[in-house]
Write a protein that binds this ligand. Structure first.
Ligand code: SF4
Length: 218
């Protein structure tokens, strides 16, 4: 199955979806967004990486910044911070360049490596788009964390690919219904940029539908 362009979702939304499905749905389905210091720091970092059209050559590498990407299979669209095209006879040809190149996506992150899969799934989604666009399998990518000033090497194995497919399927199902799910409130809500819109304290209360059901049953 292939998604139509009208149904493409943002690659960058995957990190919100893994952090909290409700946060993602508020942003995607209800166009709600509120910056906090974490999101502003992240945006400043991306502005550095996102200098459209910029390409530079370094040794055996061609560095492409802010590359527009999409995948019809996953129904995603977005921008890749940096794609390093490394000269490799097993790679693919690139328009206007001699030889063959192996693409390696590099995603810049403001903080430090996370315990959840959000950054890895976003990076894999970028690789998936590049695979579809360039017709080549990509084995791994790199996450660069500003706080640690280190790169994390991410291998795109089958379990990670399955997890990404599941996440995308679920995102598209919520998008088709324009549905904002209720979720359990937990510690992540304290650092959520949407907590003033989401009002997590209200989620702890019984919904009107449940209340009515319970009253009718009593
Ligand atoms: S406040 Fe909590 S439940 Fe609400 S969107 Fe943020 S993380 Fe999700």
């Amino acid at each position: 199955m292939e998604y139509a362009e009208d149904d493409f979702l943002w690659v960058s939304g995957i990190q919100h979806f893994v952090f909290c499905r409700r946060q993602w749905a508020l942003i995607q389905n209800e166009a709600q967004w509120q910056d906090n210091e974490l999101t502003l720091a992240g945006q400043a970092l991306h502005q550095k990486a996102d200098q459209p059209e910029l390409k530079e050559s370094r040794g055996n590498k061609l560095i492409v910044r802010a590359m527009p990407i999409h995948s019809r299979e996953l129904g995603l669209v977005g921008i890749c911070d940096v794609v390093e095209m490394i000269k490799d006879p097993a790679g693919t040809t690139l328009h206007g360049h001699v030889g063959k190149y192996r693409p390696v996506p590099v995603e810049y992150k403001h903080g430090q490596p996370k315990a959840d899969l959000s950054d890895k799934l976003q990076l894999l989604a970028e690789a998936w788009c590049l695979e579809e666009m360039l017709g080549i399998k990509i084995a791994s990518g790199e996450l660069y964390y500003l706080k640690t000033k280190r790169r994390e090497h991410v291998v795109f194995d089958e379990p990670l690919r399955d997890r990404l497919k599941e996440a995308c399927n679920e995102m598209h199902q919520l998008w088709q219904r324009r549905y904002v799910p209720r979720v359990k409130v937990n510690a992540r809500c304290n650092r959520c940029s949407l907590k003033d819109i989401c009002l997590p304290e209200m989620l702890k209360r019984e919904s009107v539908a449940t209340y009515l059901k319970r009253m009718l049953a009593e």
